[in-house]
Write a protein that binds this ligand. Sequence first.
Ligand code: C2E
Ligand code: CA
Length: 764
Amino acid sequence: MGSVMRGLLRNTIIIGLFVLYFIMILMKSDLGGNLLSPVVTAIAAWYLYLGYVKKAAGRTMRAEGVFFFASVFTWVVCDTAWAVYSLLLGIDPEEMILTTYGYSLTNLFFLIWLIISGLQELKRWNMVQVLVDTVAISFSSMILIWLFFLNADRQNVILLQTDWVSAASIGIDFIIIIWTIIWFFSIRSGKIPRYMRYSPLGTILFALMDIVYYYQLFYTEYDPNSLLDGGYVFAFALMGISGYLKYVQKEQGAITLDNKGGNSKGLILLVAPVAIVLFKGFEVEYLLLLVVTILLHFMFSAFTQKNIFRDELLEKEKELNAKLERKVAERTSELNALLDKDVVTGLQSRRSFLRNLRETIGELDDQSNLILFYIDLNRYKMIKTMFGNYVGEQVLSEVGATLQTRFEKDGAMLASYGEDVFVLLLKGNFTYEKGEAIAAEITETCSRIYRVDGYDIRVTLNTGLAIYPTDSSTKAELIRHADIAMSEARKNGYNKVQSFDHELEAQVSRKNRIELLLKKVCFDEEFSLHYQPQVTIEKGEIYGMEALLRWKTPDGTMISPGEFIPIAEETGYIIPIGYWVMERALEQLAKWDELCDGDYKMAVNVSAKQLLERDFIQNLSEMLIRYQIDPARLEIEITESSQLEENREIKSKLIRIHEMGISIAMDDFGTGYSSLYYLKHLPIDRIKIAKPLIDKIETDVYDKTIVQTAITVAKTRNMKTIAEGVETREQWECLKAIHCDEVQGYYFARPMPAAEIFEKWLCK
Ligand code: C2E
Ligand code: CA
């Protein structure tokens, strides 16, 4: 037999039993009533158990359900006892305690059930409203009971007092009715599930029947198995249906209770005075009591409603806050997504890269390593200045796209790390050789001409690389090492590649230490000047001298200017240092002039950075005036650099300096930036041929030819030439043969302190 058929049969039997019971009741059959009443009530109790206890959601709901079930089950027990007493034992059940008082337990359990269920669904102020309503309605009802039920007769009350169980049951019946009505009126929103319509109907019917029962018991005669009993059983059947529906339904319907609009509901209270006026006439005393009750109810309700309203506002505020917080959280995550992307290139940002790098390092196994390429675009700022921001950014994003297209398939992690820096991370098994080959490929693919907005822009780059964990043990170290390597590559020119090694790091850390020392250097205590004679090539007579800075740090170590001057230039400390040197050199010259006459020149090294300083010329002329030095006695040595070529300001400043009468020497001529350009465009009086060209001049024909050419060009432009770093007689003679004007070098004199040069060279 299929389950559908079985269900159908079961329902038919159950309904059949109920129908049979009601027929027997109508036929006033005691046997049928006594026998079937416990059976059908038991069926209702069973379904209540299934729906309200078994299927209860949560502990409170279950407790609630247990009392609901217990109330009907008590009835089943009492009814069975009744049947046993009357049918089997032949005892009058109305004489037995179990049957007379047992039924009252049903009322008690109903009450408990209602209290638990009502309390748990109501909030604080709503509960107060229920209380106010209950007190008012109960009081009105008590007056009605007194007038209608007890006929305003004290005697009847005494009767009730002797049977306090019955009295309590009647009281509970009224409370059940009142409470259920209030509860039903309090349902505010949500769909009332079907099962919830049958249970209040059942309970109200039960309570009504109970009141009728007690009325019969006191005033007329109770007739067992009459229609009244049928009413009871019908009430239980309604509850059973509720249990069944609750048991079979899929979702628990959601309802919320509140007691809003308590005042309008208070109108129910008018029922009592109207009933009195209609059926008992103008009972002034009672009417007055009821009016006071209505007024008090009105007052308390108004107060409670205000609080309910306030609570609701608070709740709304909470809801709004929660909504706001959700919105903020949404926006924050959107913002985070934005921050993870670079606006210009659309690649992942530095922030996102660092996060991903940490993860990648965390997941790295022993077999693999990571290689990081730190790719710096050369002259990006210049591109932006010359062609505008848009073009600059476009170039940048095209370089990014080129890198992405090339390395995407290798599972590379590419990011925009700084304004003009890309980082590329690869996972695998890398050596520096392999890495350098990849870096060369990066250079090859990216360094080309990009056409943007009608401009052809040449892009070059420098790449530094470092490997994790071979050389770098943390994320930060990996990036720093690749960056160090890139800086080293940049020193060697454009499109250069450099792998990290620890010597580089040592250099960097020494550089950092020097920078730190420079920052707190005490000029007059740690710095001093040495002077190296510059002599005429023919007679070896002093023509001038070069002031050279010496630095003795507080711990007594000497740091060579060849090491710290570039750092000072980079950091800008060269500006105050340069002024200090100039001032001391001029002061020294003035002192010597006081001691004995001389017309030799004082040559002071000046870096391009100093020339760019706004007040340089002003300060220089003030110093010359202060020490009363003829500008013709001063020579400044400028080292050739790309800046000299590119910067117009430097050029115009040099012209002004020259106009002041100060002579200008081009230092280190012949190294680095190729230099005939300067000879033509800058106001130069002397060129200083760099030491590397002098070193092998007597053996290397090529070097000799360059020097010779430089001397020839200089002569045609009326410039003097001086050879630097002359260390041997041979070099000197060779230079003499090709008509160099002056020489400077260890062969003649090393740089020496002021007192020594004064003694040996100036005042002989
Ligand atoms: P420089 O201007 O090319 O100075 C000449 C350097 O060659 C000096 O080194 C000098 O001591 C050295 N020298 C001279 N003759 C010989 C020689 O025969 N053999 C050898 N091996 N070396 C010789 P120093 O004093 O160490 O200075 C190094 C560099 O530091 C200078 O190169 C100059 O560029 C810079 N410098 C020194 N003092 C100053 C200064 O006051 N201001 C600026 N801006 N730079 C300075
Ligand atoms: Ca020099």
